[in-house]
Ligand binder design. Structure first.
Ligand code: HEC
Length: 191
């Protein structure tokens, strides 16, 4: 009994400084969670995208991306309780138009790339106040690879162009070259 009392009071004493510490210092734990979510997203999308490109060709894969990408985002959001999205300065998808904060971060990412930062390492996170609520926000750059150029490059084959036009009449997500930042993951969590 005595032992229990000591333990509890010790914990009580420690709890305060610890929670203050957690709030005011680094976002490392949340960053790690966000990186894991990005990994999960890619692990679910990329193999299926590549499979569909091989078996059905890029024109049909446009339809695949149209349904599958938002579906994966929704599933991960339900599982984690986070807000999950992908955004771009030249958006294609329905929800891909960046807000003010995301626009600033995407521009910062392009500057970092121009200054020689390897695109795979480019990320940014912050704790922000939104309408009286505290939110953790995270973004991670998505670089353009060779396989992406069929649908995001400068020379898009006519059948793909046609399909893109059908699904995305306001598509801005073309004209990219390998190594450029296509867009970014954008996740947030209310704290
Ligand atoms: C078969 C065509 C196709 C290929 C190949 C492709 N994409 Fe896309 N991409 C799309 C479509 C279609 C969307 C819109 C999805 C939606 O409706 O949410 C999209 C959306 C995106 C988005 C979200 C932002 C936005 O503008 O909507 C990013 C980021 C992205 N693609 C990156 C890539 C990368 C990186 C690759 C290569 C690894 C790639 N894509 C390959 C068709 C493709």
């Amino acid at each position: 009994m005595k032992h229990l009392f000591i333990t509890t009071s010790l914990l009580t004493c420690l709890a305060l400084p610890f929670s203050t510490f957690a709030q005011s210092s680094s976002t490392e734990q949340l960053d790690q969670e966000a990186r894991n979510i990005a990994k999960q997203f890619l692990a679910q999308l990329k193999p299926e995208l590549q499979k569909s490109m091989k078996s059905d060709g890029p024109a049909k894969t446009v339809a695949f991306c149209h349904t599958k990408a938002p579906e994966i985002a929704k599933k991960i959001a339900q599982k984690t309780g986070w807000d999950i999205n992908r955004v771009s300065l030249k958006p294609r998808g329905e929800n891909a138009t960046p807000d003010q904060w995301e626009t600033a971060v995407l521009k910062r990412f392009n500057n970092q790339l121009a200054n020689g930062t390897p695109p795979k390492t480019i990320e940014f996170s912050a704790i922000v106040q939104v309408g009286g609520q505290t939110e953790y926000r995270y973004m991670k750059a998505i670089p353009t690879g060779n396989v992406c150029l069929a649908c995001h490059g400068s020379k898009i084959a006519p059948p793909i162009q046609e399909t893109l036009q059908q699904f995305y009449p306001n598509d801005a997500a073309t004209g990219y070259s390998k190594g450029q930042i296509r867009g970014a993951f954008s996740f947030s969590k209310t704290l």
